[in-house]
Ligand binder design. Structure first.
Ligand SMILES: NC(=O)c1ccc[n+]([C@@H]2O[C@H](COP(=O)([O-])OP(=O)(O)OC[C@H]3O[C@@H](n4cnc5c(N)ncnc54)[C@H](OP(=O)(O)O)[C@@H]3O)[C@@H](O)[C@H]2O)c1
Length: 123
């Protein structure tokens, strides 16, 4: 089960979830027999048509507790054209959901036209 939800409030000023949880973890609590994996939440819908932005392939973060499920979803992320980065267990969804909140706020402030994404630079 993939959780791509971002639990944004109505004004995009914050999340509606408590700081000690995430939309993905709340979904996992409701679906105890499923392996919930957080993915596709940190990229915008428009990025699917253009996952290479300004010459850089957008990263797409994946988080989950089940190694096999995370691997399967990472393959799906790569097939969609993004660079999958496994970020950690499902609790990392708290950070990922806040990263998307920030990306939305920056997009609105700077006029990125909903074509924007995160990229980790490394050597
Ligand atoms: N759009 C993006 O760029 C993007 C990127 C990353 C993640 N996401 C996440 O993807 C999810 C969908 O985003 P979206 O942009 O596709 O939103 P959307 O266009 O507003 O679609 C939301 C859908 O959810 C349904 N819905 C809303 N409340 C419901 C409820 N209480 N019970 C059942 N169905 C309900 C709506 O049904 P009705 O049409 O009948 O109201 C609609 O089909 C969100 O969680 C969002 O955070 C979106």
């Amino acid at each position: 089960m993939v959780s791509l939800a971002n639990p944004l409030n109505e004004t995009y000023s914050g999340l509606v979830t408590a700081p000690n949880t995430s939309a993905a973890e709340e979904l996992q609590k409701r679906l105890p027999n499923a392996n919930v994996v957080k993915a596709f939440s940190t990229v915008f819908a428009a990025d699917f048509a253009t996952p290479v932005i300004a010459g850089q392939q957008a990263d797409a973060f994946v988080a989950g507790n089940d190694t096999a499920a995370v691997e399967t979803v990472s393959d799906l992320v790569a097939t969609a054209g993004f660079n999958p980065i496994v970020a950690g267990d499902l609790s990392v969804s708290r950070t990922l959901e806040n990263m998307t909140l920030l990306l939305i706020q920056l997009t609105l402030k700077n006029g990125y036209n909903w074509l924007a994404g995160w990229k980790i630079l490394h050597n």
